[in-house]
Design a binder for this molecule. Sequence first.
Ligand code: NZQ
Ligand code: ZN
Length: 386
Amino acid sequence: MRNFEFKNPTKIIFGKDQIKSIKSEIPAQAKVLMLYGGGSIKKNGIYEQVKAALADHQVIEFGGIPANPEYEILLKALDLIKKENIGYLLAVGGGSVIDGTKFLSSAALYDGAEPWDILKNKIPTLKGMPFGTVLTLPATGSEMNSGAVITRAETKEKFTMGGAGLFPQFSVLDPQVVASIPQRQLANGITDAFNHVLEQYLTYPAQAHLQDRIAEGILQTLIEVAPKIMADPSDYEAASNFMWSCTMALNGLIQKGVPTDWAVHAMGHELTALFGIDHARTLAIIGPRHYEYNFETKKEKLAQYAERVWNIKDGSIEEKAKAAIKRTETFFHELGIETKLSAYTKDYEGTAEEIGKRFKERGWEGLGEDQKLTSVDAEKIVKMAY
Ligand code: NZQ
Ligand code: ZN
């Protein structure tokens, strides 16, 4: 196992009817900006619960943060933060609203000329404006990590940012919110969390037995709850296990002491930036091809994954590893998720070259667990995914 440090300061408030507890988590004197998305919270009762909890606080609202939070829209919220002298941010939404809030937390205290530089130049945020979250969609883990992904439609770019200053102070996880999530987003949430675990697990053996078993436990739990939650999102038992699995998949714990990959996300983000494909679906497009392309490096962990997660016990390491890739792709199909780029756009010709070119221009020549995956490799993988 490698050396590591681990600190996650986010307080999780988990369970039924816990939204009301934000009242005591947010300082009474703070002027709060409540941020949300396209309006789902006004249809499922979450908006009323938050407003009731903050009845004694001074609250201003900013709605309309879209999926794949858009820089230009966030700049409007940033103006409001400055104009209204806001001191605390509250994200009420899924990964997009939480990530948008993280960007604002950082940008509010940033004194450079152009906040996009935080993303473009990968400036870490060591201190941000304090914020909390009310999670409405289990998927990204953003509610308990310090990363964010922001989109800029103008340049068709999607970049990550983060830093120790961007952990939420608290996150409320009430599994009852899952009841109103549409099928498409439920499938996305399962697939995103599943891929988060794979990015931190499907590398090479690192003698980190506990990390492996926690990762396998999250994968097994997601596999177990997937059909239940798809059939009935108001099933509280399934929803609570789904929600906690998504948080645990990307709160930093399972990546400690082990190599991690994240190249699938790097390529996937480009597909969202270019075509607007849902984040999770881009991972289902790239993931299986990435594992095939990097088979030699990954085959031992793939075989372990086959045995322990999918109960595929027969055959050689290579046979089990191949069967695991196939079974993973079938799992995505069972969720109604297509795994070929051509199923999402007719315009796919040239995509691999464009992504290869972007990676090359940005100097992204050392992706993957060994920092050996070049822009040429990325181009080949994306082409395999057509
Ligand atoms: O906008 P509203 O009307 O609220 O509707 C949303 C949105 O259309 C809807 N929704 C959310 N909660 C709901 C609900 N509908 C009914 N009932 C509810 N309870 O779901 C739609 C999608 O929401 P979004 O927040 O975009 O989804 P998700 O949580 O999957 O977030 C995706 C974003 O997170 C980034 C992705 O790149 C993408 O931009 N990621 C962030 C990560 C992080 N910060 O750690 C890691 C991930 O790998 C990912 O990259
Ligand atoms: Zn993801």
